[in-house]
Design a protein. Structure first.
Length: 239
């Protein structure tokens, strides 16, 4: 199991998706910061490596659901992301934002940090709306076209241009949620928190977990596979 320490977080989750829940438990970002080796992340977070490895070992012995993602065509994976993760964002972000707004409006004097949480999450919602639209209207159709055409499509910039934008926006979304996590003390509800306050924190935490899975599928599986397909098609044309 010690060999896991030398693998990156994203590599571990890609090979076995069950590891994701362990990383979430320890606050290890396997999507936006997934290119770090596990040993670096453990030191940074001051985590007991032996305990973490034991839990990872237990998790990855379960049936691996990641293989389904790796076996999907690029078109199937893009459509899955839209159907599952984009739908989740579109349905849940407005409701979560309304919870946070209610807490910030009614209890902002007692919990001033919730005003900051509202501003951050409102900013993120606006960015996510634009982000998903760009994926659905620009990037994902290009990926599907590349797979269907089975030939060299324009240039590599045809993919890497929008992919670079999406990855930058993923990083920004992760940074915003990290700030919210810090402001809310890891989404811990104060003893005097009302029901709406507790709902807001629970919904924010659930959103962050969903975001990590969402970004992981794109950054670490869909995008690299699309670039690899382009290069393979280009090599075939040249040869």
């Amino acid at each position: 199991m010690n060999e896991l320490l030398n693998k990156t977080l994203s590599q571990i989750v890609t090979e076995n998706y069950q590891a994701a829940r362990v990383f979430e438990k320890y606050g290890l970002d396997f999507c936006c910061k997934g290119k770090r080796p596990l040993n670096e992340a453990v030191v940074e977070k001051q985590i007991n490596a032996s305990q973490l490895l034991e839990e990872l070992n237990s998790a990855i012995t379960l049936p691996n659901t990641a293989s389904n993602f790796n076996q999907m065509s690029l078109t199937e994976l893009a459509e899955y992301i839209v159907r599952v993760y984009h739908t989740y964002v579109k349905l849940n972000m407005p409701q979560t934002l309304s919870y946070v707004l209610r807490v910030a409006s009614k209890h902002g004097d007692r919990y001033p940090h919730m005003k900051d949480v509202y501003m951050l999450y409102a900013e993120l919602k606006e960015e996510m709306d634009q982000h998903m639209m760009k994926e659905e209207k620009v990037l994902f159709p290009r990926i599907k076209l590349l797979e269907i055409a089975k030939e060299n499509v324009n240039s590599l910039e045809f993919l890497t241009g929008p992919i670079g934008v999406m990855e930058h926006e993923h990083d920004n979304a992760g940074t915003i949620m990290q700030k919210i996590r810090e402001l809310t003390n890891n989404y811990e509800a104060p003893e005097t928190a009302c029901t709406t306050h507790r709902l807001a924190l629970s919904a924010l935490e659930a959103f962050e977990h969903d975001l990590h899975q969402h970004v992981h599928l794109e950054n670490n599986i869909l995008f690299p596979r699309a670039i690899e397909l382009y290069k393979n098609l280009n090599d075939a044309v040249l040869n």
